[in-house]
Design a binder for this molecule. Structure first.
Ligand SMILES: Nc1nc2c(ncn2[C@@H]2O[C@H](COP(=O)(O)OP(=O)(O)OP(=O)(O)O)[C@@H](O)[C@H]2O)c(=O)[nH]1
Ligand SMILES: [Mg+2]
Length: 199
């Protein structure tokens, strides 16, 4: 799919601020710093569409990006960042939960995990919640460029096991630094959107 147009249409902290209309949404969930915002930039081939940072806790609102006027990518604040105060973490968790639990536009929730790091209990909880709520449970392992091919394959297996994914499901490697992987991810999303008759 060629992404010609990608616009940040809304930054929300509460449901009243979510964009109107019935455009379908693919939400990106994952720990702080895993690369959710970078994922959006790489897919849209834009350097500064979504703000990224080497420090965890950059995205603090729910950010809605309209893509080709046909669907939305939704960037969520990351979870599990210990340096954020307990009360702020609670606010973010409520914000994420409020969106994921009540937003009827959501087509899929993609879980991003860092390819180098074994999933945490929060990742396991999030994955379980995603599949329990009827979504496919697509898992993307980011920062694949930081591993050798052998290391990556080992990690993908580990992540699969740790999340207790079904036998026939693959953990999909991703890297902002690898055009081939970005293209494969684009094609996966295109197939998904076609399956749901969105494209
Ligand atoms: N080498 C490499 N670095 C990456 C990749 N993806 C993200 N990064 C880096 O990881 C850091 C965090 O990326 P973000 O996209 O801000 O992460 P995030 O998940 O949006 O983080 P929060 O907004 O805090 O939840 C940045 O320094 C990125 O440049 C990747 O595929 N490869
Ligand atoms: Mg972010």
């Amino acid at each position: 799919m060629k992404i010609n147009e990608a616009n940040l249409v809304q930054m929300a902290v509460s449901p009243s601020q979510y964009p109107c209309g019935s455009l379908k949404e693919i939400a990106l969930a994952g720990r702080s710093n895993v690369g959710k915002s970078s994922f959006i930039n790489a897919l849209c081939n834009r350097k500064k569409l979504a703000y990224t940072s080497s420090k965890p806790g950059k995205t603090q609102t729910i950010n809605f990006y309209d893509i080709n006027k046909s669907f939305r990518l939704v960037d969520l604040p990351g979870y599990g960042y210990a340096k954020v105060s307990k009360s702020l973490r609670k606010d973010w968790a409520a914000m994420i939960d409020g969106y994921l639990s009540n937003r009827s536009n959501i087509l899929e929730i993609i879980l991003l995990v860092d390819a180098r790091i074994s999933p945490t209990s929060l990742d396991q909880e999030m994955y379980q919640w995603i599949v329990d709520n009827g979504f496919s449970g697509i898992v993307i392992a980011t920062k694949a460029d930081k591993l050798t091919r052998n290391q990556l394959n080992r990690q993908l297996k580990k992540i699969h096991k740790s999340l207790d994914c079904p036998e026939d499901q693959d953990i999909l490697p991703f890297s902002t630094e690898d055009k081939g992987l970005v293209q494969e991810t684009n094609e996966m999303l295109e197939d998904l959107l076609a399956f749901y008759n969105v494209l």
